[in-house]
Design a protein around this ligand. Structure first.
Ligand code: GRF
Length: 191
């Protein structure tokens, strides 16, 4: 299965997927990485692994959705995974491909526009939650609202700061993303 990953930033979740493909844990291949941000370290990670990268945004293409579809077709993409992609994905893409996103909280809480990165963990602490977590969900036309595929919990500990909590959740994401992708690939291959 060819997985196309979209990422806007550091790309540590992308790295977990690439590593799991490379070591045979996932019967898949990252066929391309697409970013709206030409400086994303995720692109650097992909290039180091010999994976084709694309910078696609409203600045690079009059119709980014069409450009994305062309790119995804060119690489025979079977599945799209958003791993820290901060732009809304054109609906042309979600209509054409099974598309998944990873979110660093227990949706439907702490999701929606503006709820990304450290903002999520700051809101979790401000709400006095004792538990947070990770959600992998299908991508729909609204931020963070598609069907939930899998969730796991991560404890909030006394003395947590947003940075400490973010780091704990992210470490867990690198394991969870591979576990859940393995199940998704299994379901797809068994029809
Ligand atoms: C992760 O926390 C993910 O849940 C969210 O964006 C972050 C990406 O981190 N959607 P990284 O760029 O993969 O390190």
């Amino acid at each position: 299965m060819n997985i196309a990953v979209f990422a806007s930033g550091n790309g540590s979740d992308l790295q977990a997927i690439m590593d799991a493909c490379a070591n045979g844990r996932l019967a898949a291949n990252v066929c391309c990485v697409i970013s709206n941000n030409s400086n994303a370290f995720a692109l650097e990670r992909a290039r180091s692994a010999g994976i084709p990268t694309y910078h696609i945004s409203t600045r690079t293409a009059p119709d980014p959705g069409a450009e994305m579809i062309n790119t995804l077709r060119h690489h025979h993409t079977g599945l799209v995974f958003l791993a820290g992609y901060l732009k809304k994905l054109p609906s042309a893409v979600t209509k054409a491909y099974p598309t998944y996103n990873i979110h660093p909280a227990l949706l439907p809480k702490f999701g929606g526009k503006g709820m990304y990165g450290i903002h999520v963990h700051t809101a979790v602490l401000a709400a006095g939650e004792t538990e947070t977590g990770i959600t992998i969900h299908r991508v729909s036309d609204e931020y963070d609202t598609g069907a939930i595929v899998a969730q796991c919990t991560v404890p909030v500990l006394p003395g947590d700061t947003p940075d400490l909590l973010a780091a704990r959740v992210l470490t867990q994401e690198h394991v969870f993303i591979v576990d859940v992708l393995e199940k998704i690939l299994c379901e797809i291959s068994s029809g």
